[in-house]
Write a protein that binds this ligand. Sequence first.
Ligand SMILES: Nc1ncnc2c1ncn2[C@@H]1O[C@H](COP(=O)(O)OP(=O)(O)OP(=O)(O)O)[C@@H](O)[C@H]1O
Ligand SMILES: [Mg+2]
Length: 344
Amino acid sequence: MRVLGIETSCDETGVAIYDSEAGLLGDALYSQIAVHAEYGGVVPELASRDHVRKLLPLVKEVLQQANMTGSELDAVAYTAGPGLIGALMVGASTGRAMALAWDIPAIGVHHMEGHLLAPMLEEHPPAFPFVALLVSGGHTQLVQVDGIGEYTLLGESLDDAAGEAFDKAAKMIGLHYPGGPEVARLAEQGDHSRFRFPRPMTDRPGLDFSFSGLKTFTLNTSNDLKVDGELSDKDRCDIAAAFEDAVVDTLAIKCRRALQQTGFKQLIIAGGVSANQRLRDRLEEMVKKERASLFYARPRFCTDNGAMIAYAGCQRLMAGQSSDLSIQCQPRWPMDSLEPIAKG
Ligand SMILES: Nc1ncnc2c1ncn2[C@@H]1O[C@H](COP(=O)(O)OP(=O)(O)OP(=O)(O)O)[C@@H](O)[C@H]1O
Ligand SMILES: [Mg+2]
């Protein structure tokens, strides 16, 4: 089955074609970072308008990459939520209309299910069941995954998501949006022993997270060091290192607990923050001690992309699921309300 995947939930337009036999046949991505950079965050109306401009050119590009015409596709999968409603509607209505024109089924896909299944696109994919750490711009969740659509939430952030915390910490030390990758870059040059930032909620049992206290600690440290309202380059790097260590340590402690609690031996990490090299290294060390294995997607498929939506949609379509002609998007959509797929 060959599925066109469309992702437009936030500030990336992603399109890909996934073939259940041959794997990925095409994949194109356009990031709106430059559009939103001057505002320091995503402006929803600008995001919707930019998706309108870029979506069809990207569809043409992936069809060319795959050396196919639209009528050779078997289905269309589009992100139906969670995300920005206007942005979601662009992908959903375009995807639905193309499927109608080509007379093929379409399916609305849950964005976080897409992230969660992205490591399946790699050469050595995990096998169910596993523990998933979803760490993105809008989510920080630990999920027990028994199969597609069989998700039990083990813990989540009570306030900011990990990626959001990275972005806010970046802003505090004068870096541009989105700051996560920039913080990681500065942290490489930082002195990791100069500061020790708190590891929130690690001293009590449970699998929930909280990053707002760490954010305030970062702000106070940065304000104390400022001279004439400016931080030195060294201070910036040292704060980035201390902040990254605190987030990475906190995530690793909770992942270890989740593996011990479930007895599972596989951990997958997905979402933008799973591209962080220090997090990957720290989790590799941890799973080794737990005699478990770690799985993640290539960096391009950690942040938003069309390939993960094509893949997730394909799994559900092959199990006989599809969406009707109505275009329904859900800005908020709990992942544990999803239907399991029937096992053959
Ligand atoms: N190397 C990195 N280190 C730390 N954070 C990173 C890195 N690369 C990306 N990020 C962060 O990942 C986030 C973007 O990830 P993603 O695209 O998955 O999130 P989103 O789609 O905005 O949110 P959601 O998927 O929850 O709706 C941003 O917060 C960004 O700063
Ligand atoms: Mg995302």
